[in-house]
Design a protein around this ligand. Sequence first.
Ligand SMILES: [Zn+2]
Ligand SMILES: [Zn+2]
Ligand SMILES: [Zn+2]
Length: 362
Amino acid sequence: MYRFFEQLSSRIAAPFIGESSRNSRVWHCRCGQSLFFRNSQCLACSAALGYQPEQSRLSSLQPGPQTDTWLLDADPEAGVFRRCANLDSPAACNWLLPANDHDALCIACSLNHTIPDLSIAENPERWCKVETAKRRLIAQLFSLGLQVIPKTVNEETGLAFDFIGIDLEGKLPTTGHANGLITLDVKEADDAHREQVRVQMHEPYRTLLGHFRHEVGHYYWDRLIANSQWLEPFRGLFGDERASYAQSLERHYQQGAPPDWQQHYVSAYATMHPWEDWAETWAHYLHMMDAVDTALGFGMSARKWTSITSHFHPARSTTRSILAARRSCRSSMRGSSWPACSTSCLGAWGSRISIHSCCHHR
Ligand SMILES: [Zn+2]
Ligand SMILES: [Zn+2]
Ligand SMILES: [Zn+2]
C-alpha cells in the first residue's frame, strides 16, 4: 500500500499522468475503443478482452499458442493466459489466469465457497451483480498490495465467500464475517430489497461493494492487527477490542450512537465496538481511495485541491495507512457534515476465534 500511496500522492500533487497509469479505470482496445472494468468483448471490433488482476489492467486478447490460450495486446511478453471458466456463466467473469494454472477459475472466482442456487429464477441475475461487486473489491485489494489467499490454498488464514439465500427451514442467512468466510444474503443484490432495508436501518447508503469492503475489513483485522505489533496502536486509536461485543451491541440497540458521534467516528455504527469502528474506517478508506483514483483515472487534475493531500499522505504500510485515515477522519471531519455510512451489521462475537457476524435480519 505504501507504493500505492506514494503513487497516488504524487499523482494528486502532479499534473494528470495519463492513460498508461497502472490504476487507470479506462483502458483501450487495440482498435482504440475505450474499455471498462466489466467488459469481456470490445463493442467496436468484437475483440476478446481479459482483466489481468496482478497488473490491474484490461486488455484486448490475441489467440495464444494453444487452443483457448491468449496473449495480451497490451503486453504480449506478459505470458500466456486462459480466460476464467466463469466467463460463460451468470457470473460473466472477464478475468484471466496463467495458462499453466491448475485451476479453471480466476483468483476472484476461486474465493467462492458457495454460489447461489441457480435453479431459483432470480438468482442468476443476483449472482452476476454480486460477482461484479466482488471483483471490484478484489481488484482494489490487489492494487493496494494486499495478499488475497483463497481458503482452498490455506484453510486457516485464507478468504472465502458464501453467497446464500433462505435455507430449507426458512431461516434467513446472516451477512457477516467469520474467520475468513464472508457470507452474503444474495437478496442484497435486489435493489428494491436493499433500499427497503437501508431505509429501515436509517443508513445513508447501502451497496454490495460497501458490504464487501466492511466485511473484508474484519478479515484483514485478523490478518494485520491481531497478535501483531499494531495491536497496541490500534487500541490507542480505536479502543480496546476486548470490550464485550454482546454488551456493546446491546447498548447500541438500546441507546443508539452518542449524539456527537460525527465528531469522532466515520459512521454511527462505528461507535458500537472498536472492531466495527475499524471495519467502518477500512470501508470508508477504500471508498475514498476508489473515488479519488477514479477521478484521477478520468483526468481530474488535483493541483488546486490542496486540502485533499492531507488525507492521503504517504504511509509505510497498509496498517499505518488505515490508522492514518482514522486520525485524518477524526480531525478533518470535526464539525463537518461528512455523510454517515454504515453497512449496519449487528453482531455476535465468539471469544477465542474471530467469529463476527452481521445480522441485518434478526
Ligand atoms: Zn476493439
Ligand atoms: Zn473468474
Ligand atoms: Zn461488522
